[in-house]
Structures are given as C-alpha cells and as structure tokens.
Design a protein around this ligand. Structure first.
Ligand code: AHG
Ligand code: MN
Ligand code: MN
Length: 331
C-alpha cells in the first residue's frame, strides 16, 4: 500500500469546500509545518537548554515553560507567513495577535491555538500536544474583530490537535469525519494512518484528576463511584487513566473508548480548561468521531463564548459514558 501524505490528502479533500478556493487547505498545511518544527524541538528537549521554566507567567498565572513560548512563536510565524490567517487567539497571549502582512489583513480565517498543551509534562518526557480551531471571519471585507473569535464551536470550519507522543500524530476534522496522520520522521511527512476515526460508543476508561475529589460536584462524585463499582456485566470497575496532558488523555480515549472529565470545583467554578482553544476543537473532533462533549449540562459546541480565555467544565468521550455522567449531574 502506498503512503498518503497529509498534503496529498488535503488536496484530495478540497472538494469538501466548494467555496474555499484552497485557502483552508493552505492554512492546514501551515499548521502542519508549525507542528513539525515544534515536534523537532520537543524531541530534543532533553538535549538543549530549552527545558525548564521561562520565569514568566502567562495570562492565567501559570508558569510558562520555554517550549510554550517557542511553540507559540512557531504557530504565529507559520500562520502569519502562510497568508490565510488574519489574527490568532493563543493561550499564551492576553490579547488577539494580529497578522499584519498586507495579504493576511484580507484573510478569511482566524485561528485559536493552545500551542503546547500539557507543558508541565515536558520535563518528565511525557506526551504533550498542540490544539487548534479555525473559524471563518464574520465579514472578511472588514478588519478582524473580537466577535470573529467568539463564535460558538458549531461555527468551526476545522479543528485538530497534534500529539507529540511515542510517535507524533496530527488528527483533524473539517466536519467530514476525523482523520489521523502519523509523522514519518524518515521523510518528514505526516502520513495517513488512522482514516475515518471513530470513538467507541462506550469504553472502560475514566480520566479525571481524583486528587481534587473533595472539591467535585456531587454528580461527579457519583459518577466516579459508578466507575468503581464491581459489575461484570458492564465491565466495571473501569480503569482510571490520567496523564495530565489533555491531548494525550483525549487521544487515548478517542481510540479506546472512555471519558475524560475536568469538572467545576469548589475553588474553580468554571473548571480549568479553556473553551476556545482546548474544549471546542476537541468537542468538534469527538462529535465527528461519534462521541459527545458537554459541560455537564449542555453541549460544548453550543456555548456562546463571551471572552477569549474563558474556561468551562468539560466532559468528553464515548457517548454512553458522557450521557451517564450528565444524568448524574442532574441533566
Ligand atoms: P496547558 O499545559 O496548555 O496549560 O494545559 C494543561 C491542562 C491540560 O493539558 C490537562 O488536562 C490539565 O491541564 C491538567 O490539569 P491538572 O494538573 O489540574 O489535573
Ligand atoms: Mn492546554
Ligand atoms: Mn498550553
């Protein structure tokens, strides 16, 4: 069987966008380029003086690892020089980052990005990732506005993630199913390895930071108990698996079936994860793979954002498991 590269696949699928004239395809290509460069640095992170904290804090008050900044620069650079993105919302930038080249001012798309997800795991050689969401601007005849970024997740035209794991993969959707590409380092190309990915209807893995148990809502505590009950008929107890890199936890559960939960807590009523560049893109992917994503009450993709960096509780994975968790949350 011959290899199909990401570039070839994107060109083949251009017909999915009769009005797009190739811009979206070029934008996905730009993301592929940025992620290959980030991948190269992630792989040699142990070798060079790039490990460790940058000594600054990002807009969320978290320590920023050097690779966070490096990855952010790469995504902004690749999207900027590609010419199809007019502005970027990144976890690492308080404000929207405008792309100021002449051609980009007219560009039809804006991109939301978590350039490096799971960055607390860099120093311990555990899988990390990048996440992106692409929106068409509301009015591309005018300069970009914040409202271009505050569209509900249902308006995403494409979304995806890269996992820098035991191998590096890029997984994306344009609303026509989900496809996964594995980086072949010998040729430097992402090659189609996981066509038409589907999330099993149910699974036997639950992923949640149980250290926060005492702060969880009652519905989440009940769901955890449900996972732990001994019941041969339904294969319980389920296995508890929590890496602490959203992309890695999500990727495993997408392939194997399972549920990932980052709920509200007594300390953080909106949870931890960010709607625009963490939850919405993964929600788009899971729905395209037959799974489900919720904030515990309602569909993630229906939430109407009011701020760039807003957080939301997050329940995502196999449909039956998310449904059951929602029931216990009182939906
Ligand atoms: P980021 O590295 O982009 O800030 O994201 C970290 C996130 C996410 O990857 C993970 O699911 C979550 O933080 C883990 O949080 P806890 O350590 O609170 O469990
Ligand atoms: Mn993240
Ligand atoms: Mn991040």
């Amino acid at each position: 069987m011959s290899l199909k590269t990401l570039g070839q696949f994107i060109i083949e699928r251009q017909a999915d966008f009769p009005y797009a004239k190739g811009e979206l395809s070029r934008l996905l290509r730009d993301i592929g380029i940025a992620s290959k460069i980030v991948n190269r640095e992630v792989n040699k992170a142990g070798l060079v003086d790039i490990l460790g904290a940058q000594g600054t804090r990002n807009v969320h008050g978290e320590n920023v690892a050097k690779l966070d900044i490096y990855a952010n620069d790469q995504f902004i650079g690749a999207l900027g020089s590609g010419g199809e993105t007019s502005a970027i919302a990144s976890e690492e930038n308080d404000e929207i980052v405008p792309i100021t080249t002449k051609v980009s001012k007219q560009a039809k798309y804006v991109v939301c990005v978590d350039p490096l997800d799971g960055s607390s795991n860099i120093d311990v050689n555990v899988s990390i990732g990048s996440i992106f969401a692409i929106y068409r601007r509301l009015d591309s005849d005018k300069p970009y506005i914040e409202a271009d970024f505050l569209q509900p997740g249902t308006a995403q035209v494409a979304a995806g993630y890269v996992i820098y794991g035991s191998s590096t993969m890029l997984v994306y959707t344009t609303g026509h199913g989900v496809n996964g590409f594995t980086l072949d380092p010998s040729i430097g190309e992402f090659c189609l390895s996981h066509p038409d990915m589907k999330c099993p209807e149910t699974g036997s893995i639950y992923s949640i930071n149980e250290g926060n148990y005492s702060r969880f809502p009652d519905g989440v505590k009940k769901y955890i108990k449900h996972c732990q009950v001994d019941d041969d008929a339904t294969g319980r107890p389920y296995a508890s698996r929590y890496i602490g890199s959203l992309v890695a936890d999500f990727h495993r559960n997408l392939l194997k079936g399972g549920i990932f939960i980052y709920p509200s807590t007594a300390k953080s009523p909106n949870g931890k994860l960010r709607l625009l560049y963490e939850c919405n893109p993964l929600a788009f992917i899971i729905e395209q793979a037959g799974g489900k994503a919720s904030d515990g009450q309602q569909r993630i993709l229906d939430l109407v954002p009011t701020a760039l960096h807003q957080r939301t509780p997050f329940f995502i994975g196999s449909t039956e498991m998310v449904n059951h968790a929602e029931e216990l949350m009182g939906v």
